[in-house]
Design a binder for this molecule. Sequence first.
Ligand SMILES: NC(=O)c1ccc[n+]([C@@H]2O[C@H](COP(=O)([O-])OP(=O)(O)OC[C@H]3O[C@@H](n4cnc5c(N)ncnc54)[C@H](OP(=O)(O)O)[C@@H]3O)[C@@H](O)[C@H]2O)c1
Length: 181
Amino acid sequence: MKRGDRVLINGASGGVGMFAVQIAKAYGCHVDAVASGDNESFCRSLGADHFYDYEKVDFIQSDERWNVIFDAAGKSGYWDAKDVLLPHGRYVSTEPDVKGMLMTVLTWPLSKSGTVMLAQSSADDLRELVSLYQRDQLTITIDSRFPMSRLAEAHRRVESGVDRGKVVVVSQEGDLHTATR
Ligand SMILES: NC(=O)c1ccc[n+]([C@@H]2O[C@H](COP(=O)([O-])OP(=O)(O)OC[C@H]3O[C@@H](n4cnc5c(N)ncnc54)[C@H](OP(=O)(O)O)[C@@H]3O)[C@@H](O)[C@H]2O)c1
């Protein structure tokens, strides 16, 4: 992304999307968010400039165009989304499956390319996130906190479907109230 880019985040209220919205805003992009209507105010609080309720509107039918479409919901596909990409725009999916791998290979020579991202730990990236947090450009919504000894419960919480925010596991009971404020 670069300053001024038009970015659409599909799945903007989710564990991945809520970071994507804020990072794109911090980098000076215009950000449009897609989630269910219940999460409109949450997405706007993250900085979204415009909101699409996927139960009412299909962004693929929109007259708007984007430089980057980041699908953090696994609910769209390159071949549909390419029509609403600007020239040289990029479609990025978080679904690292065979379909996504094929898309990456087949579309890389095209002017509108698609790719799959796979999260990898990087100290530089974490430092950048900490820096955004310290500059008040990143807020982290926490659903619940569990000590390592209750890891199974934390998994069950995620499996039950978290509406909003991260489930945090901390290594020491004593860190429960300090590590993730
Ligand atoms: N590649 C990687 O390294 C990597 C890493 C982490 C996660 N992932 C994948 O990324 C995806 C998102 O993970 P997550 O933890 O953010 O999931 P999540 O917290 O469950 O969030 C899902 C998001 O998708 C939205 N959504 C649901 N149905 C939708 C639809 N039909 N159209 C548009 N948006 C829709 C939800 O909105 P509402 O809640 O408002 O319905 C929510 O914002 C998952 O498929 C996960 O497997 C990949």
